[in-house]
Design a protein around this ligand. Structure first.
Ligand code: CMC
Length: 431
C-alpha cells in the first residue's frame, strides 16, 4: 500500500473540509502538517504532546517500538563502545564525527574553558550549605549569563560557538562544585591534562590534601554514562530549552531552564528516585509488596526506572547500562552487591508481570545508572546533576538547531479555556 500524502479534515456542521499535507522524515512516523489550521480559526488539543511533533530535527532518532536510538544516524551501541564523550558531543553539535585534527582541536578548546569566573564562587557561597546540587546548578548556570554576557548575542554564530564551548566545558565544574559545596570541602580546580570524565571525577573526589588518581575502568564507565545521557530528542527538558530559546533568550538561561525541567522525578530525577526505591525495598522478599503498590491505581507509587513515553520495548540505553553495571561492580569487587541483585530480581519479576507486560513497561536508562554511580562513590543527590552535565551536549545541539532553523518561531501553544465566562467585578465588601 502506498503511503498517504494528504489528509482531509471534515466537519459535521457544513464547514468546508480542509486538506492537510502529510510530511515524511527520513526515518520514523509521518506527521500531519497542521500549521495552516490556525488560519481557519481551528486549533488542536494535545496535552503532554502525546501526538504532536514540535519541530523537525536532524539530531537524534528513536524507534520506540524496536528500541533503537541513533545520534546523527549512529547507533548508540556503537558510539558507547567506540567514542569518548567529547567526540559524541562534537557529533551532536556539528552533525559529523570529528576527524583526528578536529577532535584534538575541539578537545583542546573545551579543556581551555573548564575554569569558572572566580566571582562565581560567590554565587555558590550564597546558597545554604545543604542545598541540593540541582538547585545550585539551576542557579549557577543561569547566573553564568551575568558573567559571560560578552557571548550571549544569539544571532552571532561565532558567539554561539563560544557560548556552546563555555557551557560544555564549565557545566562539569559547576556540577562538581555544587557537590563540594554541599559537603563542605574546598572547590577543586579542573586539571586540563585529564580527559572530560577523569577531570569531573577528579573535581568530585580530590581534596587539596589528597591526590585522586581516576581508575581507568571507572572513568571509561563514567564516559559511557555521559554518552548514553547526551541526547534523547524532544523530551521535556530539551523541549524546555527549545521553548525558552525560541524567544531569543540567552543560552545560559535556556540551559538553566532545561536543568530545572530535568530535575523532576518523572524525567532525570528518576535515577535518584530509583536508588531510593531500591533502598526502601531493601530485600528481595519485599519486591512483591512494591510491585503490588505500583499496580494500585489508588497508590501514587510507581516503579521508578520503569516505563517510557516513547520506548515500548527495552530502552537500548538500559541494556548498555546493565552491562556497565557488571563491569564496574566486578572492577570494585562488588559483584555480590545486594542492591544490584535486588534490581536484577525486580526487573525479572516486573518483566513477567501481566500489568507491566500489557502496558509494555520496560526498564529505562535510569534503572541501572544509579547503581553504577553509587558503586563509584557518587552520592544519590549528584545523579541528576551528572545527567544534566551529559545532557548539556544535547541541549546545546538542539538549541543551536532551533536558533538556525528558518522555520523556527517563538513557541506559543494555544489552550482550551475552561474557566469562568465573562463576569463583572464585585467590590471587596460585597464578596
Ligand atoms: N510504574 C507503574 N505503572 C506505570 C509506570 C511505572 N513506572 N509507568 C507507567 N505506568 C502505567 C501508568 O499507570 C499507565 O497505566 P494505565 O494505562 O492503567 O493508566 C500506563 O502505564 C501508561 O503510563 P503513562 O503515565 O500514561 O505513560 P507516560 O508516557 O505519560 O509516562 C513515564 C512515561 C516515564 C513518565 C512513566 O513511565 C513513569 O512515571 N516512569 C517512572 C519514572 C521514570 O523512570 N522516569 C524516567 C524516564 S527515562 C529517563 C528520562 O527520560 O528522563
Amino acid at each position: 500500500m502506498t503511503k498517504p500524502t494528504k489528509v482531509t479534515l471534515t466537519f459535521d456542521n457544513g464547514i468546508e473540509p480542509i486538506e492537510l499535507p502529510i510530511l515524511s522524515g527520513n526515518l520514523g512516523s509521518d506527521v500531519i502538517d497542521i500549521r495552516t489550521l490556525g488560519k481557519h480559526g481551528i486549533f488542536t488539543y494535545d496535552p503532554g504532546f502525546l501526538s504532536t511533533a514540535s519541530c523537525n530535527s536532524d539530531i537524534t532518532f528513536i524507534d520506540g517500538e524496536k528500541g533503537l536510538l541513533y545520534y546523527r544516524g549512529y547507533p548508540i551501541e556503537q558510539l558507547a563502545e567506540n567514542c569518548d564523550f567529547l567526540e559524541v558531543a562534537y557529533l551532536l553539535i556539528n552533525g559529523e564525527l570529528p576527524n583526528e585534527l578536529e577532535k584534538k582541536q575541539f578537545s583542546s578548546t573545551i579543556h581551555q574553558h573548564t575554569m569558572l569566573h572566580d566571582q562565581l564562587t560567590n554565587v555558590f557561597r550564597g546558597f545554604r550549605r545543604d542545598a541540593h546540587p540541582m538547585a545550585v546548578m539551576v542557579g549557577v548556570v543561569g547566573s553564568m549569563s551575568a558573567f559571560y554576557h560578552d557571548s550571549v548575542d544569539v544571532l552571532d554564530p561565532i558567539l554561539r560557538e563560544i557560548t556552546s564551548n563555555r557551557l560544555l566545558a564549565k557545566v562539569p565544574t559547576v556540577a562538581a562544585w555544587s557537590y563540594k559545596y554541599n559537603i563542605g570541602q574546598p572547590f577543586i580546580y579542573p586539571q586540563n591534562h585529564l580527559n572530560y570524565a577523569e577531570n569531573f571525577m577528579h573535581m568530585m573526589f580530590a581534596t587539596p590534601c589528597e591526590k585522586y588518581e581516576p581508575n581507568p575502568v571507572l572513568a571509561k564507565a563514567f564516559e559511557r554514562i555521559l554518552i548514553l545521557h547526551a541526547d534523547h530528542e524532544q523530551n521535556a527538558s530539551t523541549s524546555t530549552v527549545r521553548l525558552a530559546g525560541s524567544s531569543g533568550a540567552n543560552p545560559f538561561a535556556c540551559i538553566a531552564a532545561g536543568i530545572a525541567s530535568l530535575w523532576g522525578p518523572a524525567h532525570g530525577g528518576a535515577n535518584e528516585a530509583t536508588l531510593k526505591m531500591l533502598e526502601e525495598i531493601g530485600d528481595v522478599s519485599r519486591i512483591s509488596e512494591f510491585i503490588k503498590r505500583a499496580k494500585d491505581k489508588n497508590d501514587s507509587f510507581r516503579l521508578m526506572g520503569f516505563g517510557h513515553r516513547v520506548y515500548r520495548s527495552m530502552d537500548p540505553r538500559a541494556a548498555i547500562m546493565q552491562r556497565t553495571c557488571y563491569e564496574v561492580l566486578n572492577e570494585l569487587g562488588l559483584h555480590n552487591d545486594p542492591l544490584f541483585k535486588l534490581a536484577l530480581e525486580l526487573e525479572k519479576i516486573a518483566l513477567e508481570d501481566e500489568y507491566f507486560v500489557s502496558r509494555r513497561l520496560y526498564p529505562n536508562v535510569d534503572f541501572y545508572s544509579g547503581i553504577v554511580m553509587r558503586a563509584m562513590g557518587i552520592p544519590n543527590s549528584m545523579f541528576t546533576a551528572i545527567f544534566a552535565l551529559a545532557r548539556t551536549a544535547g541541549w546545546i545541539a538542539q538549541w543551536n538547531e532551533m536558533i538556525t532553523n528558518p522555520e523556527a518561531k517563538i513557541g506559543r501553544p494555544r489552550q482550551l479555556y475552561t474557566g469562568n465566562t465573562r463576569r463583572d467585578f464585585i467590590p471587596v465588601d460585597k464578596r
